[in-house]
Design a protein around this ligand. Sequence first.
Ligand SMILES: *Cc1c(COP(=O)(O)O)cnc(C)c1O
Length: 451
Amino acid sequence: MPQTKFILQENDIPTHWYNIVADMPNPPAPVLGPDGKPIGPEALAPIFPMSLIMQEVSGERWIPIPEPVREAYRLYRPSPLFRAHRLEAALGTPAKIYYKYEGISPAGSHKVNTSIPQAYYNKEAGIKRIATETGAGQWGSSMALAGHMFGLEVRVYMVKVSYEQKPFRRSMMHTWGAEVFASPSMETQSGRAALAADPNNPGSLGLAISEAVEDAAHRADTNYALGSVLNHVLLHQTVIGLEAKKQFELAGDYPDMIFAPCGGGSNFGGAAFPFFADKACGRDVRLVAVEPSSCPTLTRGKYAYDFGDTAKLTPMLKMFTLGHDFMPPGIHAGGLRYHGASALVSQLYHEKLIEAVAVPQIATFQAGVTFARAEGIIPAPESNHAIAACIDEALRCKASGEPKTLFFNLSGHGHFDMAAYDKYFSGQLEDFAYPEDALQESLANLPKVEA
Ligand SMILES: *Cc1c(COP(=O)(O)O)cnc(C)c1O
């Protein structure tokens, strides 16, 4: 019988995270403050613990995972690597397809891989409370769970439209003991100002970030936590790729191409970066970030300094960006609607060391349904992007007869997104390619900095 699941034991959970900075040909571009000058670690100290700030700027290849974090990872890690025999048969491809399934975490996505260490380091630093934001709710629920594990209070500012439309993710956060406010809220100055201007403001991720950062900056017992984009978040996510490398050894195989959905870049970095270590030593492996055509940060954005949020409260990062006032359309992959991309992913893409493709929404659901019917698991709409790009490659292999080994990261399950699947089945989904003039308009508002 050909093997379907490649399973590791709990003592195979990595002991160190992999820091790609050690293998990048050029050092990361500096982070800039409001005056356009590089900032030092102390500038971030009001909202992050020093341990995470040091990870943010570290050049060490291996960073030890604290034992209490590995212990918490044991609740759901190692995650399985599957060989998609049934999908291969359904496609009639000679390609071998593998996927790593991160939907086995209690919150249903890879985000718990970083919420756990973030909660741990904040607790160690004497912090009592975390303020954070969430869009569709995947990050908020992951932070709620991890906060409770380490005895931290968690306050989540949830974008108001999602708060109203996705009540079950809110219920998950409550179950794990977090406080959840619809953003804009009356709890912060930014929220009150937004409500004074428009009592019906539906909220946005940018505004929710402003509320959470303001909350954290104003209370000594409170820090802020971010679920993607930052270097330390991608670092924590490398448990995915490190486990996958061991699992490929068990399978006696190695990927030619790796695909992952890319919003802020954390699950892509997590799955792909550990393989970059081999690429840096001359091994031939292609790393492909897959994004929505409606929020095409890498494929149509500009590589420039920009703010992380709409209100310009964050430092400036050099990244591919669509502009901090870019308004992504209401597509169903909520986790992929961010205007920027991780600085590390951006720099690697700029230096042509990784690749990116954009996929339209309807094609991603087609791919997700093909996958679900073959393999059983119903993927998150975000994950469907990687599946679509992987299936496209598998079909190219079918045409050419090439038996490539393909690997994608199944970043989460879609159990809270069935309304989006219903829309797909009833023909109500639309493809939306962002108009060039609207894009140019938001890019015109990029901050003017030299570099
Ligand atoms: C948040 C999320 C993403 C996108 O975020 P990244 O930081 O780019 O990984 C992808 N898939 C799932 C399931 C998510 O919850």
